[in-house]
Design a protein around this ligand. Structure first.
Ligand SMILES: NC(=O)c1ccc[n+]([C@@H]2O[C@H](COP(=O)([O-])OP(=O)(O)OC[C@H]3O[C@@H](n4cnc5c(N)ncnc54)[C@H](OP(=O)(O)O)[C@@H]3O)[C@@H](O)[C@H]2O)c1
Length: 235
């Protein structure tokens, strides 16, 4: 896909990976629709993207609200006049032993990390299919390929995204829609702030953004359905 003039909806764009993706795709010439709850942080991402020359639509809200999540693609299309790709990045990291789980937190993880993605993407696909080339990029995790103690709900949501992404690809591949899941290890964002070690040795948010750009730019004949990213250096 040639990114110049394309319109891309990015969730979790107020900070972390989503904000880095928004900036990088703006630099590549795309216009962006940005989602998240923190309006002040979203405004900061907007300024960065506009500085790169992008047109920016701000669509703030809580993605746990199904009506909001399901309406995002139509609203991005309305604001930017087209929609070529969706990058699902909004997420929460909830861990702890299953026997002590706060079920409200587990519900939150399911809602933010999977249910919202499902509702957003379901409504986005018919819009994306109007373009000859389009894409859905899902920020999964290495936790979508493994398990770890206390990781019950987080790994479950990411395994769900892993399975769902591959099924989506089979459903829409002949409609010109790429579906790519990216599986990073620790990325240096707020989500990994609790992790001991040298955070400069983690994957950096812009490394993930470059991976998203790579997936989008590949020719129409190829789709990187799964990309695993691991930190090159030990933490
Ligand atoms: N960091 C890592 O080590 C790592 C590794 C592998 C995969 N991932 C995945 O990558 C994605 C991005 O993670 P990150 O590291 O960028 O995390 P982050 O820095 O904590 O950012 C999380 C983003 O999700 C948004 N979000 C959370 N709850 C929301 C809600 N209820 N409604 C709307 N937006 C919500 C936040 O926006 P607001 O707070 O403004 O709502 C924020 O923009 C996640 O899906 C995560 O699971 C992260």
């Amino acid at each position: 896909m040639i990114l110049s003039g394309k319109a891309i909806l990015i969730t979790g764009a107020s900070r972390g990976i989503g904000a880095a993706v928004a900036k990088r795709l703006s630099r590549a010439g795309a216009d962006v629709a940005l989602c998240g709850r923190d309006k002040t942080a979203l405004e900061a991402t907007k300024r960065d993207c506009e500085g790169e020359g992008a047109r920016v639509a701000l669509l703030p809200g809580d993605i746990r609200d199904v009506a909001y999540a399901a309406g995002l693609a139509e609203n991005a299309f309305g604001a930017l006049g087209r929609l070529d790709a969706v990058v699902n990045s909004a997420g929460v990291f909830v861990t702890g032993p299953a026997q002590d789980a706060d079920l409200a937190e587990w519900d939150q993880a399911l809602d933010v990390n999977f249910r919202a993605w499902m509702h957003l993407t379901r409504r986005a696909l018919p819009i994306l299919m109007r373009q000859p080339e389009s894409a859905v990029v899902n920020l999964c995790s290495i936790a979508g390929r493994t398990t770890f103690p206390g990781g019950g709900i987080y790994t479950a949501t990411k395994h769900a995204v892993h399975a769902w992404s591959n099924c989506l690809f089979d459903d829409v591949r002949d409609k010109g829609v790429k579906v790519c899941a990216i599986y990073p290890g620790y990325v240096n964002t707020d989500m990994a702030a609790h992790v001991p070690g040298d955070h400069d040795n983690m994957i950096q948010p812009d490394d993930v953004a470059q991976t998203v750009e790579f997936a989008l730019r590949l020719p129409a004949t190829s789709c990187p359905t799964e990309i695993v990213l691991r930190p090159q250096r030990p933490l």
